[in-house]
Design a protein around this ligand. Structure first.
Ligand SMILES: [Zn+2]
Length: 408
């Protein structure tokens, strides 16, 4: 079996016909590139350097300038490549190389081996978001020699753990004086242009109490109970935002949300716990100020929870530390990159989504960004993640037009 068919079984017919018809003779077809990328198990906690080396090697043939920016341990890297003529303007195709873990998920196939079945491609990262990256890499050779403007590829690490890697890539671009005029982030939107998403701030809240035998509970400071009171206040804020807004009906969840995701504390029932910690997040509408909510939370704690704790044990109290931040995205609908994506997708939709992406960090750096990529967020992060071949096909059509535009 030729390399490009590996892992794709034969029951797919119509779509596979498309796949085969669109697979260039040189074996750099879209599906085989997706297969190659899925084969790198780039879970966020692990290294992505093998994938980065593979991409860099491929780009070497196309006279690309490749810049790498690393994490502190140099186990992961962002790759930023410049292709075609160097100079002002030019457009970015961007995606993250990392994927979420498969631990404790029940998969019917090996998540790191692409399997084609019933018009779908299965594997971790097929929707989120190696199909977009794979399509861009596979199609590049057809256009690179004819580019009239710079094409940039921005492939990042640690997106799934809070859009961490892209910050270093953007800082590096500023240092290098690279100023693209627009960016398409290929997160799964079913190829619908998305110009706004919520922002997110996440926090760890650590509670310090005072331990004692539980028979003497009133002489101690129960950290679990103090944490529970604080979590209950977050829930109260969440209800208020749900019931009173502000609202933006363009979002599926039309208001800012507050959510507590984990809590840890206590060792045994007969010991008053002296430690507890919980993680919470605020996902806010572009116009909402998340810091105002966090300030409200802090002052509630200072006014209503800590005094009772400190009356018993002075060092008791709360510490709240921000863990990550994704700005909200709110690209103006009349921006050139939005016009272009509208034209190439033949829609005038301006989607708004509740999840965060790296697009907002490009936008904050002065690079207008649109989110538009194949597959559905509904399939992301789940066992048996897949992408419809029809979506891969739509992505290929879009990227061919996009690349052709850079050639004109
Ligand atoms: Zn993603």
């Amino acid at each position: 079996m030729p390399d490009r068919e590996a892992g794709v079984d034969s029951g797919v017919s119509a779509h596979l016909c498309w796949v085969m018809a669109n697979t260039p003779e040189n074996g750099t077809g879209v599906v085989s590139m997706i297969e190659k990328l899925i084969g790198f198990p780039t879970v966020s906690r692990d290294s992505n350097l093998e994938l980065v080396d593979f991409v860099r090697e491929r780009l070497r043939a196309h006279d690309a300038d490749v810049r790498l920016t690393f994490d502190d341990e140099r186990r992961k890297a962002n790759l930023f490549a410049t292709l075609g003529p160097r100079g002002p303007g030019g457009l970015v195709l961007s995606g993250h190389t990392d994927v979420v873990p498969v631990d404790a998920q029940r998969w019917n196939t090996d998540p790191f081996q692409l399997v084609g079945r019933d018009g779908r491609l299965y594997g971790r990262g097929t929707s989120d978001m190696k199909s977009f990256i794979g399509a861009a890499l596979a199609l590049l050779p057809d256009y690179v020699a004819r580019l009239n403007r710079p094409l940039y590829l921005a492939f990042t690490y640690d997106e799934e753990v809070g859009c961490i890697g892209v910050g270093r890539l953007i800082e590096d671009l500023a240092r290098a004086g690279v100023k693209p005029s627009g960016c398409v982030v290929g997160e799964p939107t079913m190829m619908t242009p998305v110009i706004a998403h919520k922002g997110k701030k996440s926090y760890r809240c650590s509670v310090r109490g005072l331990s004692a035998h539980s028979a003497y509970a009133p002489t101690a400071v129960n950290a679990v109970e103090a944490a529970a009171e604080a979590v209950a206040y977050l829930k109260k804020m969440a209800r208020r935002l749900r019931d009173s807004g502000p609202y933006d009906r363009g979002f599926d969840i039309a208001h800012t949300t507050v959510h507590t995701g984990t809590i840890r504390g206590g060792t045994a029932l007969n010991i008053v716990p002296h430690e507890c910690s919980f993680d919470f997040e605020v996902r806010h509408l572009p116009g909402d100020d998340p810091l105002a909510l966090v300030d409200e939370f802090r002052s509630h704690i200072a006014k209503n929870i800590e005094p009772e704790m400190r009356a018993i044990h002075e060092p008791a109290g709360f510490e709240i530390v921000q863990m990550s931040e994704i700005p909200a995205l709110d690209t103006r609908a009349e921006t050139a990159i939005v016009d272009l994506v509208h034209e190439l997708t033949a829609t005038h939709e301006v989607g708004r989504v509740s999840y965060g992406t790296e697009a907002s960090q490009f936008q904050r750096a002065g690079i207008p960004a649109v989110v538009c990529g194949p597959g559905s967020i509904q399939q992301a992060h789940k066992p048996n993640e897949y992408i419809e071949l029809a979506q891969v096909e739509a992505c290929e059509r879009f990227l061919r037009k996009f690349l052709e535009r850079l050639c004109s």
